[in-house]
Write a protein that binds this ligand. Structure first.
Ligand code: GLY
Length: 334
């Protein structure tokens, strides 16, 4: 897909400056913003040791730092998303890549999506086994295929053709996720009973060129069967980016996020109703809650506002801006 080179964008910006474009546009030049998440769910202080709390915060800060470094260096929002999400995919505390939940059959079926707010180009993969970095494969679908979403064996064949890295099945296994599956089967529980948090990972960013992007990656829900796909790879549900409205990555009970079309609805409310990111996000998450679903979103607006919204007791999250905001948090009251 043809893109406008950044050198051309710089010439256009220079011409605009000579022509006397309002001061606001000049002030926006160089502004960047990023928000990340590592899943939302039942997260209570009483269930967390100080060591686990610190370990999650360190992982979130390291991922946030990776995204910040890209953006502060003038890199693209897409590259920042990839830097954050690949790091979280390799971190077994999160339900994406290594550490993904087990399916009913004891495998790990991975979903991911990425979207470029410049032109709404998007790539997604669903139900893929063995790919180390599903977000990178989703980006390949966006840049190197004529399609938006590839699933299962076909997506794996495409991944091999693209030279994407695969890992052996056991590389994705963790004791905590295996115990969750075993408990689910033994006690005839639902995924919601054993997934104390959903654990999907994601990032949204605004780069210094004024472009938005979003990306999400997940193993889905423990014990999933029949090729179940969640919201993460569904463009407009778990992932969405459009320079004219916003960038969103969601985490939560995917079936509800698909039915509400969460990510696209938030952006539409901002674009059509003029709502700010927090108002639009809170309204749509309330809609999810009213239907019986739970989870949360991270949103970045074209203005650089980076917000969170959730109806769970916590969400692993972080945000940073060129204006000095730099924080990670876990519980809803932080
Ligand atoms: N939100 C992730 C999933 O439902 O699969």
């Amino acid at each position: 897909m043809k893109r406008i080179p950044e050198s051309v964008a710089a010439i256009v910006a220079a011409c605009a400056a000579i022509a006397g474009v309002p001061a606001m546009a000049q002030e926006d030049e160089g502004r960047w913003s990023i928000a990340i998440h590592g899943g939302a769910g039942t997260l209570d202080r009483a269930d967390m040791t100080p060591e686990r709390d610190a370990a999650y915060r360190a992982s979130l800060q390291a991922a946030l730092d990776a995204g910040k470094a890209v953006l502060a260096g003038g890199g693209s929002a897409l590259d920042a998303i990839e830097a954050v999400v690949t790091r979280l995919e390799d971190d077994e505390k999160f339900n994406a890549g290594r550490g993904a939940v087990f399916t009913w059959d004891g495998t790990h079926e991975l979903d991911a999506a990425i979207m470029d707010g410049r032109d709404r180009a998007a790539g997604a993969i669903a139900g893929v086994i063995g790919v180390r970095h599903p977000i990178m494969l989703a980006r390949k679908v966006m840049t190197d295929s004529p399609h938006v979403m590839l699933a299962g064996e076909g997506a794996e064949e495409f991944a091999h053709e693209q030279g994407v890295e695969f890992m052996p099945p056991e590389w994705f296994d963790t004791d905590a996720r295996r115990e969750a599956l075993e408990r689910m089967k033994a006690e005839k529980l639902s995924a919601l009973d054993v997934d104390i948090k959903f654990g999907t990972v994601g990032a949204v960013a605004l780069d210094t060129h004024g472009n938005l992007a979003a990306g999400t990656s997940t193993g889905g829900m423990t014990g999933k069967r029949w090729g179940r796909i969640g919201d993460a790879p569904v463009i407009g549900a778990g992932t969405y980016a459009d320079n004219d409205s916003c960038a969103v990555s969601a985490t939560g009970w995917g079936e509800f996020f698909i039915r509400v079309g969460v990510a696209r609805t938030i952006c539409l409310r901002m674009q059509m109703r003029g709502e700010d990111a927090q108002t639009a996000s809170d309204a749509v998450i309330a809609e999810v809650g009213a239907m019986g679903g739970d989870g949360g979103v991270i949103v970045v607006a074209p203005s650089g506002d980076a917000v969170f919204s959730m109806n769970t007791t916590g969400m692993y999250r972080g945000r940073a801006t060129s204006e000095g905001l730099d924080e990670v948090a876990i519980y809803g009251d932080e």
